[in-house]
Design a protein. Structure first.
Length: 306
């Protein structure tokens, strides 16, 4: 029996996980500002390979059979696809936007991801869109338009490149959600995420094997460690374990702490100036994504007389 105290504690820890994801983007921005040789490609490679190995080692200690999982060909291919088409765009494209813009814009654009999931389910599963879904989609579109133009629709306030990679990152959020659904019903999320991260990291190394000359300073490696630990390992465990005590819909609503922390951090640490229209656009996107989790209460039906 889950107590109210446990629910409050794990809701707080889930919110903390979202804050950590938002803050990790600030450490990435700090790295990109340190040296041009530190690229989104290199940071994604080291983050995913290192995190994947650590998660698989932990899964092995917990006797969750990470090696045996990959002996099942179907599960192995799904997990690899999850890594390459889900985790890779979520992380690499996110870092590209962080480098070209800031962590705030990157995180907010990723919040469009649930709408791609909604569109996919509508087309493939003939899932009927509710009125609130349509309204939320319109609000999200308006929010992104305001962010992209500062409310002046005759010019772009962010570059087309940032918008392009940001929306691809949001597509990655959708594939990251949809691809592993079946496997996660049978396999530990620790194992699935570990192999997915490792597969994505190895794929990037194969595509781009050249390693840049990275400044060997404590500042650089502390930031890299923060991206791996604060941005991957700790929040993943907090969020995964919190789902045993709180509803998935509650966890989704707490996701709003991610863009909030990224935006506040960008303003305080990097001098980001947010125009009023930027704040309105950001709030519209976040509220729209949260609205997708609203489930109207079912009215009690009247008993039929026989």
């Amino acid at each position: 029996m889950v107590t109210q105290k446990q629910r409050r504690l794990w809701a707080f820890l889930a919110a903390l996980a979202c804050v950590m994801w938002g803050i990790s983007g600030l450490f990435a921005k700090s790295l990109f500002n340190t040296s041009p040789s530190i690229t989104p490609m290199w940071l994604s490679q080291i983050r995913m390979v290192t995190s994947g190995i650590i998660l698989l080692i932990v899964a092995g200690f917990l006797k969750q059979k990470p090696i045996a999982t990959m002996k099942n060909k179907h599960d192995a291919w799904v997990i690899i696809a999850y890594g390459i088409f889900g985790l890779l765009p979520v992380q690499l494209f996110y870092f590209i936007v962080v480098q070209q813009s800031n962590a705030s814009i990157a995180t907010i654009l990723q919040f469009i991801g649930p709408f791609f999931v909604m569109a996919y389910l509508a087309f493939t599963h003939k899932q009927v869109m509710r009125r609130i879904d349509v309204i939320a989609a319109i609000c999200a579109f308006i929010g992104v338009a305001l962010l992209a133009t500062h409310g002046r629709f005759n010019h772009f306030a962010i570059t087309p490149s940032v918008l392009f990679w940001g929306l691809l990152s949001a597509v990655g959020v959708a594939t990251n959600t949809l691809i592993p659904i079946g496997v996660l019903k049978r396999v530990s999320s620790l194992v699935v995420t570990g192999w997915g991260l490792l597969s994505a990291g190895i794929c990037l190394i194969i595509v781009h094997p050249q390693m840049p000359h990275i400044p060997n300073t404590p500042h650089v490696w502390l930031d890299v460690a923060a991206v791996i630990v604060i941005g991957t390992l700790i929040p993943f465990q907090l969020m995964t374990n919190s789902l045993r005590f709180i509803k998935a819909s509650t966890a989704s609503l707490l996701d709003a702490f991610e863009p909030f922390s990224a935006t506040v951090g960008s303003v305080l640490c990097f001098g980001l100036v947010m125009a009023p229209m930027d704040w309105i656009g950001s709030i519209l996107v976040v509220l729209a994504a949260m609205a997708l989790n609203i489930s109207p209460r079912k009215k009690k039906g009247k008993l039929n007389n026989d």
